[in-house]
Write a new protein. Structure first.
Length: 278
């Protein structure tokens, strides 16, 4: 029979810590991680970028495979070894953490499986056009459709994460004054119901500047069948891209207004992290 004192000891034992650094492309997660490092001594940092940016890695420049490596191997290993860690991720699918349909199958949810962990989520918010432009200003550029779909999924999950994590869900927004003109143009396009046209005008100014750098680019000539498949896939991507822009147009104002209730200053974030990590 389990003794009451043993149960109480287990309940009072300090828990391992998981900080989920969530947010879309170009939101500023890496910058914020560097600022909270000194408040989280001993925390491992888990980030798919270490595979994507390592030219010796077999999954170099493959963000999807790198993310799967982190989800399926690195994070489970850290949990199994009771490590405290910071997980740099998008958190675009809440079911992965709390249970539900994920990768076409029902999963119990990573957090549900580990009640021995204290969990904090810091969601780093960026205005959609800031996320978009920052992504294409850096060396490693995510496809534009991925930038938009991730933004929709991540920030569309704010209410879910707040309900699940309570006071351990906090938000931060990096300074974005340098994009004031683009933010104003985006907001006006949303109000006018012309966001899809506005994005097309923006990217048509310099199409090469808005191309992804991920994946391998084959220089081999394609057969007629291969070219047909490529053209069909490109057409499908264009359809999905338009759908993501239209979703963003519908939901942007509600999300942008909502984050005002949650966003903390940099110093408030650091203070909360320091208290959580102790």
């Amino acid at each position: 029979m389990i003794k009451l004192i043993d149960i109480l000891k287990e309940a009072m034992a300090p828990k391992d810590k998981m900080i989920i650094m969530a947010g879309g492309a170009g939101s500023g997660k890496s910058t914020l991680i560097n600022k909270i490092k000194s408040s989280t001594p001993g925390f491992e940092i888990i980030n798919p970028d270490k595979y994507v940016e390592d030219k010796d890695s077999p999954i170099y420049n493959n963000l999807m495979q790198a993310s799967m490596q982190v989800d399926d191997k690195d994070v489970p290993d850290a949990l199994a070894n009771h490590k405290s860690f910071i997980w740099d991720t998008t958190a675009s699918n809440a079911n992965k953490l709390f249970g539900g349909l994920y990768r076409r199958k029902e999963v119990p949810g990573l957090i549900n499986q580990h009640p021995d962990y204290d969990v904090m989520m810091i969601m780093v918010y960026a205005h959609p056009i800031v996320s978009f432009l920052r992504n294409f200003k850096r060396e490693r550029k995510v496809p534009k459709m991925a930038v938009l779909s991730t933004w929709n999924s991540v920030y569309g999950s704010i209410d879910t994460y707040k309900a699940k994590l309570g006071d351990n869900f906090i938000m931060y927004q990096a300074p974005d004054e340098e994009f004031a003109k683009e933010i104003s143009g985006f907001n006006s396009a949303v109000k006018a119901g012309k966001l899809y046209d506005w994005f097309n005008d923006l990217t048509d100014q310099d199409q090469d500047a808005f191309k992804s750098t991920l994946g391998t680019k084959s220089t081999e000539p394609l057969s007629p069948d291969e070219q047909a498949k490529k053209d069909k896939a490109k057409e499908k991507q264009s359809e999905v891209y338009k759908q993501q822009v239209e979703q963003m147009e519908r939901e942007f104002s509600n999300i942008d207004n909502k984050i005002k209730n949650y966003v903390l200053t940099e110093q408030e974030i650091i203070s909360k992290v320091k208290t959580f990590a102790q």
